[in-house]
Design a protein around this ligand. Structure first.
Ligand code: CA
Length: 501
């Protein structure tokens, strides 16, 4: 009996399988445009997650995205400042091109960004959380079908929201939890058969760091020191020493974690430790949030058809070179995490190539089969991930413009190659540079301890890197005086205005 029955059953299975494969492949493009879950953390360091080797922070949910997806280990922002970088992530353009060059400028309403492109191509799109392009505007922005944000930075507790045009809504509770609840509510809506794209903009872990009560003491037993680079400033340009005692230096007020300042006594490192503990604590709540969102996608069988992106908007200095905050072209300020989970891109892969914030928009649109944005300066990494891309960049430039409101960082133009970093500090009016430059061999000196800019045996390298930097600036339309920036008025001790801290 068995030998008579076996062939017909096998044939039935084979025919069935073939039919379903044919059905899937013929309708794949039309039916299966992926959803997008885009999680943007504010000021998260590239290594502030256990999948990047952090010794104290345990982030199992964030790690899951990496384990089941792709982690970019050399991912950078092109301007290390909230608003310009957020605009770059959305538009695929540098700050000089999209026009958001400081923290007080609106994203131009007529600028196409990746969510607005997806909206126009039939996606249901939502943004909820910190937007922070236009300090005092919490109104819904163009290009989304649902939009919820607040003015400025928002608060860790009891933020006043504008939910889809309904302003003045104080939602009690911890920001990270509130924005996650809001995201889950929106995900559970009827998207009328459309693919969806949801952007969750976390406030965390931005200063002033206030963890949830349950995480307020998680790191009490972990000792934190100033990094060794904070004490190796002799070869560095003088402005870096000047910064030590300012709002953005390790001897300054540390976002209220130090009450008496400046304080350069060794024992005052305890204030720094408390600040770092607070910062880490806020990330544990983000990890919980990621877990809730992933679980929802899994429970509703949407996970494998969703491009899950987890990233930061800019890096953060945690004492490196005696600095806190960001803006400079040093590694901790430039580097951001980028994790992407989407089965077609691979599983457990670590990407060594240099990727940039401006690559995010072209990549997401590529994955969704949407029309690219014109004038983007980034490049989709989909080809790179799927089979390699021999034309991938080996160098790029960084730009930051001096801010009168935060006079602790000069104008910066820098070049980063796979091995070298060269940093210049233009005066702003075309006259010779305001400060000495910096040159680092990132392979031999990843912590940027030894500034080689004035080393006699590196003179020809400096010339070559300067030429390469000028070439990249020219290609971006920034040759000579076309590269507009304010006059660098120097590093100042004054504290920033209370309203914009
Ligand atoms: Ca930020």
């Amino acid at each position: 009996m068995k030998s008579k029955l076996f062939p017909p059953i096998a044939l039935v299975f084979w025919i069935g399988a073939t039919t379903s494969i044919l059905t899937c492949s013929s309708s794949f493009a039309a039916e299966k445009r992926p959803n997008v879950l885009f999680i943007l953390c504010d000021d998260i360091r590239w290594n502030a997650m256990s999948c990047a080797g952090h010794p104290a922070l345990k982030t199992p949910q964030i790690d899951r995205i990496s384990k089941e997806g792709v982690r970019f280990e050399n991912m950078f922002c092109t301007t290390s400042l909230c608003s310009p970088s957020r605009a770059s992530i959305l538009s695929g353009m540098y700050a000089h091109r999209h026009g958001v060059r400081d923290n007080f400028t609106e994203l131009p309403a007529n600028l196409t960004h990746w969510p607005s492109r997806l909206t126009s191509e039939g996606y249901d799109t939502a943004y909820m959380g910190k937007w922070h392009m236009g300090e005092n505007n919490d109104n819904p922005r163009a290009g989304f079908s649902f939009f919820a944000t607040h003015k400025g930075q928002g608060k860790y507790f009891d933020t006043e929201w504008n939910v889809n045009g309904e302003a003045g809504k104080v939602i009690p509770g911890y920001y990270t939890t509130v924005v996650t609840d809001m995201a889950l509510d929106w995900l559970k809506r009827d998207h009328t058969g459309k693919p969806w794209a949801l952007c969750v903009g976390h406030k965390a872990p931005h200063s002033f760091y206030t963890p949830e009560e349950k995480y307020a003491h998680t790191f009490d037993s972990v000792r934190v020191q100033y990094p060794s680079s904070a004490f190796k400033l002799d070869q560095k340009p003088a402005w870096i020493k000047d910064r030590l005692y300012t709002w953005h230096g390790i001897y300054g007020p540390l976002f209220d974690w130090r009450k008496q300042f400046p304080d350069d006594r060794p024992e005052a490192v305890k204030d720094f430790e408390n600040m770092v503990h607070g910062y880490w604590g806020t990330i544990l709540s983000v990890d919980d949030s990621v877990g809730r969102l992933l679980k929802h996608l899994e429970d509703t069988r949407q996970l494998d058809n969703t491009v899950v992106v987890f990233m930061g908007d800019n890096g953060l200095l945690e004492g490196e070179h005696g600095m806190v905050d960001k803006r400079t072209a040093h590694e901790a300020s430039l580097r951001v995490p980028l994790l992407v989970r989407y089965p077609a891109l691979g599983k457990g892969k670590v990407v060594p190539q240099q990727a940039l914030t401006v690559d995010v928009a072209p990549s997401i649109l590529d994955l969704c089969g949407a029309k690219p944005i014109e004038n983007v300066q980034g490049k989709s990494w989909v080809k790179l991930l799927k089979g390699g891309d021999s034309s991938w960049r080996t160098s790029w430039f960084y730009e930051y413009n001096y801010e009168k409101q935060f006079p602790y960082t000069p104008n910066v133009r820098a070049l980063r190659t796979d091995q070298w970093k060269y940093i210049r500090y233009p005066h702003g009016d075309g006259s010779p540079d305001r400060h000495d430059g910096e040159l680092y061999d990132l392979k031999a000196d990843p912590d940027e301890l030894v500034n080689l800019a004035k080393a006699p045996n590196q003179a020809s390298r400096v010339t070559a890197l300067q030429k390469e930097l000028n070439g990249l600036l020219s290609a971006a339309g920034l040759a000579g005086s076309a590269d507009k920036m304010p006059i660098d008025e120097g590093i100042k001790k004054e504290l920033p205005d209370q309203k914009i801290r």
